[in-house]
Ligand binder design. Sequence first.
Ligand SMILES: Nc1ncnc2c1ncn2[C@@H]1O[C@H](COP(=O)(O)OP(=O)(O)O)[C@@H](O)[C@H]1O
Ligand SMILES: [Mg+2]
Length: 231
Amino acid sequence: MTGAVAAGTGLPPGRLITVEGIDGAGKSTQLGALAEALRGLGRELLVTREPGGTPLAEALRDLFLTRAMDALTEALLVFAARRDHLVQVIEPALRRGALVLCDRFTDATFAYQGGGRGFDPAVLAQLEAWVQHDGHALRQPDLTLWFDIDPALAAQRRANARAADRLEGEAGGFFHRVATAYAARAAADPQRFVRIDAGQPRDAVWAQIQAALLRQPWWTAPAAGRMAGDG
Ligand SMILES: Nc1ncnc2c1ncn2[C@@H]1O[C@H](COP(=O)(O)OP(=O)(O)O)[C@@H](O)[C@H]1O
Ligand SMILES: [Mg+2]
């Protein structure tokens, strides 16, 4: 598929890049530099997050993060937000040939609602199939940077950093289950997932991210005319 042209656009096909890992792994910390590096490719870049990314999905995110609800309600809410995000924002951007950088996506649903809450992953897979199928194929990220970290270290970072939201306030066992589910997702799709050792200092984490980008088949140097300082 590399080098193919998005149907009917004459543009290189878009790429969906997701960032995953438990709360406190350091995803947000690296997002700016990652966006900057992607912008350097000279293609349209959309930076977004889940749950969220549209007015409706952001409203659902607020409910999701602040209200108590049972596991199926939580799963339905997350996939409702994802559907709106995909239809309104992500799929149109990918059709334009954009790079889409998303802070969390469906792997987080399998990790948090599946692993963390113990909700049936078969039901999540069914919801995924309904929500992410565009009539031709199941939309999946092209690259997932998985921030793998010891849950105890992530908890320490969170404690230093901020007041907990509803999910972050969960007991330690919850994050162990989420981390285990992420590891299982990564093991099941080693082509898509790149494991980042997120327990390392910021610079070392960034170096791993850069190395992962350089290995991507769609990673190409910016056109000469777009290079910094050119012209
Ligand atoms: N590599 C790192 N080493 C030490 N602390 C870090 C590192 N990366 C992030 N942090 C700190 O940990 C906290 C959580 O980071 P954040 O990026 O918000 O995580 P996430 O978005 O994955 O929940 C922040 O206070 C951040 O400054
Ligand atoms: Mg974050």
